[in-house]
Design a protein around this ligand. Structure first.
Ligand SMILES: Nc1ncnc2c1ncn2[C@@H]1O[C@H](COP(=O)(O)OP(=O)(O)O)[C@@H](O)[C@H]1O
Ligand SMILES: [Mg+2]
Length: 353
């Protein structure tokens, strides 16, 4: 563990000073680091020896170079890439904020408005990358970072670079070695089937899975073990999202289910098509819900409690200590456990009840 860190640091000294390691479900090891020249924070991702062993480093570097040329407001750029000894690494800016994954933890579904703005940012990023010949191949909440009121997509082209730079190991054919790597829960049917030519429309499938999860709290087939999950992506239709979330705007449900079509030809064919569909959504009812909540908070005429869209207002610890609230309405809401809590707002202002 520490050996890899020391080895990496010795190659990077003078350029980057490694700091804490980030944990993630990913294939690489990730360190926060400081750019010694510019003093800015970056992340350094390095392939561990077991993965690097099966990689043609030159090919990997070539693929990463493609991704490094993507400059877009919603894409985390690759700043530099190289090999530390045998281990390919690449450097990206550190994004201050949280990942969509951590935003989703404990959620049973995000509000529609928030979901749509994140999806719009992600679709813009995909559209730009696709028009430059780069497919993502690992679109998932872990690779969407939320910062400064916008969403940025990271790890563009990494999965593809890993897949296409793999060399056959003992007993493996080159086709098996070239099978795309990705994350089973978000894999398109063609990716799951090992199609090395999975194109931009494969990203739209994963985008659909992610959208499904954002709104319902769970991706399709979430309760299956990995093998049957992969089979389900290939052969089984996911439950229509409107059955899980009857209040979803029908056009949004239709868009998400179209992204989840098994046949790439039945999905949206371009990010532009997705963006147009998102722009055409009638979200007036959703906006109404948000306004009701914020108006309630602003006017201060309401106590802790719950609202129709699943928002809960909670008093801050300070207010509780000063006995500026009555626990009764909130307790009665929380005990009605059949209702779903979507969002919890901690109120720091006093209000009278
Ligand atoms: N550029 C970045 N800035 C800040 N955090 C990042 C950045 N890239 C990745 N992370 C975080 O580092 C962790 C590991 O990332 P990664 O290896 O890509 O794994 P995965 O995306 O599969 O979870 C994740 O929690 C991710 O949110
Ligand atoms: Mg990642």
């Amino acid at each position: 563990m520490t050996e890899l860190r020391e080895e990496l640091q010795s190659y990077l000294s003078g350029s980057y000073e490694l700091g804490r390691e980030l944990t993630g479900g990913g294939m690489s090891r990730v360190f926060v680091a400081e750019d010694s020249v510019l003093g800015r924070r970056v992340v350094v991702k390095v392939l561990p020896p077991n993965l690097a062993a099966g990689i043609n480093a030159e090919r990997f570097r070539r693929e990463i170079t493609l991704a490094a040329n993507l400059q877009h407001a919603h894409i985390v750029p690759v700043l530099t890439a190289g090999t530390a000894g045998e281990l390919p690494y690449f450097v990206m800016p550190f994004v201050e904020g949280e990942s969509l994954r951590s935003r989703l933890i404990g959620e049973q579904g995000m509000p529609v408005i928030e979901t749509v703005w994140i999806l719009r940012d992600v679709a813009r990023a995909l559209g730009f990358a696709h028009s430059h010949g780069v497919v993502h191949r690992d679109v998932k909440p872990d690779n969407v970072l939320l910062a400064g009121g916008s969403a940025v997509v990271t790890d563009f082209g990494i999965a593809k670079a890993l897949a296409s730079s793999r060399v056959a190991g003992p007993g493996e054919t080159l086709t098996q070695a070239g099978t795309s790597l990705g994350t089973p829960a978000y894999m398109s049917p063609e990716q799951a089937a090992g199609d090395p030519n999975a194109d931009a429309r494969s990203d739209f499938y994963s985008f659909g899975v992610m959208a499904y999860e954002m709104l319902t709290g769970r991706p399709p087939f979430y309760d299956r073990p990995t093998h049957s999950l992969v089979m389900a992506h290939i052969a089984e239709l996911p439950e229509p999202i409107e059955l899980q979330l009857p209040s979803i705007p029908p056009q949004l449900a239709a868009l998400i289910m179209r992204c989840l079509a098994k046949n790439p030809g039945d999905r949206p064919q371009s990010a532009r098509e997705i963006l147009d569909a998102l722009d055409d959504l009638d979200l007036s009812a959703e906006r109404g819900k948000q306004r009701t909540d914020s108006a309630a908070i602003r006017s201060g005429d309401t106590g802790p409690g719950a609202y129709a869209d699943g928002t809960v207002l909670m008093p801050s610890a300070k207010l509780v200590a000063r006995k500026r609230w009555s626990p009764a309405p909130l307790q009665s809401f929380l005990s009605a456990s059949h209702r779903r809590i979507r969002r919890c707002i901690i109120c720091v202002r006093e209000w009278s009840i």
